[in-house]
Design a protein around this ligand. Structure first.
Ligand code: ATP
Ligand code: MG
Length: 402
């Protein structure tokens, strides 16, 4: 098969492939960019594979950077935009179910494509648009199938993360998993225990943010993969409920982890230990913690303006989307407007500050001042008084006199 017109994303990379070919080597676009081109999906990153060894690439081009030379990856800067090329390689060993013991550079495209996870990810595209399809990846793209290259069990023993990737691609592309590959996952799911949580987390998040997230989650349930993810074992029913919500609404990580922990019925205190097990960043954990109270209030249909103020813009949007994805009868526009209509969004927007309280009312800095400010914020947010200096000062004086 030959693609007549390559998407524009490939244009700046074509001179690189041409130059490698002119030097007597082979070079192809490989992996996700080829798959997504055929499916007519947007292309994020362009991967180039070549028969030239890293040292040879560095002789062909003037400006290169060794970005991962031990794996055969060199970045080429000669034509403006930097592109990484990786030498064809085979991997062997895999005694720990995750990383090859050794990587060997080879001259054969076939050997390189053989080590790739799924047939739809094992296509190569020449600079002139010709597709090299050695494992019927094109047929599987047509049939909407995720199928392991070669013997599934063997491939999952080499790298158990591939099982999560199968679920992730099923979710991203809304494809089925080929029966033999699916059986291979069910039989080998416990191998996922050997995989670094960070890698599982990346695939899980991508799965949950994909168009057909529910499908991916159901694959995890059906094959028992979920049991080998941190803190998910024993939660089949909760996860199944989650899979039946409108996961396609979720658009960021905080929403993913918020929806998951909400369905697991987690209390505030349980969030950090659970999310730490998944190796999320502290920043993300804080965001998920911060949005939980509002989510509970929305789900309980009890949201006050103070709750919106406390939550802040980001948490309001996240909690609202999660609630909506769970089927809450909620007017997103109305909630968002209620937030926008708050007279102030932070205590810094109060028309008087600590300095004014010191100067005009002789308040000393400390806990009392904090209490006064909080009281004024509550009054303004409630709409009980307007955010005007004189009114606030009177209210502060009254509060102190109490
Ligand atoms: P995405 O659009 O999500 O980036 P992708 O197919 O490009 O999808 P990557 O994780 O970027 O996925 O990997 C690039 C390519 O490298 C894959 O298409 C596949 O050929 C190969 N690959 C990546 N991870 C593995 C793995 N664990 N086992 C085998 N091959 C892999
Ligand atoms: Mg990619």
């Amino acid at each position: 098969m030959k693609i007549k017109t390559l998407p524009a994303e490939f244009t700046p990379a074509r001179p690189i492939l041409q130059q490698i070919e002119q030097a007597g080597f082979e070079a192809y676009f490989v992996g996700g960019c080829v798959r997504d081109t055929i499916l007519g999906l947007p292309i994020h990153d362009i991967d180039i594979a070549t028969s030239a060894y890293p040292a040879e690439i560095k002789q062909i081009f003037n400006r290169t950077v060794d970005t991962g030379i031990e794996h055969g990856t060199v970045m080429i800067l000669d034509h403006g935009t930097g592109y990484e090329t990786t030498t064809f390689r085979t991997e062997s060993g895999y005694q720990d179910f995750r990383r090859p013991d050794s990587v060997t550079f080879v001259r054969s495209l076939k050997e390189d494509l053989k080590r790739r996870d799924f047939t739809i990810n094992a296509l190569a595209l020449k600079e002139d648009g010709e597709i090299v399809d050695l494992f019927d990846g094109l047929g599987d793209l047509k049939r909407h199938l995720i199928r392991a290259v070669g013997e599934p069990a063997e491939r999952f023993h080499e790298d158990a993360l591939r099982m999560m990737r199968a679920a992730r691609f099923a979710a991203k592309l809304d494809f089925k998993i080929d029966p033999a590959t699916l059986a291979g996952i069910s039989e080998n799911a416990p191998l996922l225990k050997k995989i670094a949580v960070e890698r599982i987390q990346v695939e899980f998040e991508k799965l949950m943010l994909a168009t057909a997230a529910s499908k991916g989650l159901n694959v995890m349930l059906e094959t028992d993969l979920y049991r080998y993810c941190p803190g998910l074992d024993g939660n089949w029913q909760h996860l199944s409920n989650l899979a039946s919500t409108n996961l396609a609404m979720l658009v960021n990580s905080a929403q993913v982890w918020g929806a998951l922990t909400y369905h697991l019925g987690m209390k505030y205190k349980q969030l950090a230990p659970f999310l730490k097990k998944w190796k999320l960043s502290n920043d993300l954990i804080t965001v998920v913690q911060h949005q939980l109270p509002l989510l509970n209030q929305i789900m309980g249909d009890q949201v006050s303006t103070r709750d919106l103020f406390k939550a802040g813009q980001e948490a309001v949007t996240n909690a609202a989307i999660i609630a909506k994805s769970c089927g809450a009868n909620l007017d997103l526009v109305k909630l968002e407007r209620a937030y926008q209509d708050l007279p102030i969004k932070t205590s810094r927007e109060l028309a008087i500050n600590g300095g004014d309280l010191i100067n005009k009312l002789g308040v000393k800095p400390g806990p009392v001042m904090g209490k006064i400010i909080n009281h004024l914020v509550d009054m303004v947010v409630d709409g009980a008084i307007a955010n005007e200096p004189d009114l606030l000062m009177d209210e502060a004086a009254k509060f102190i006199a109490q």
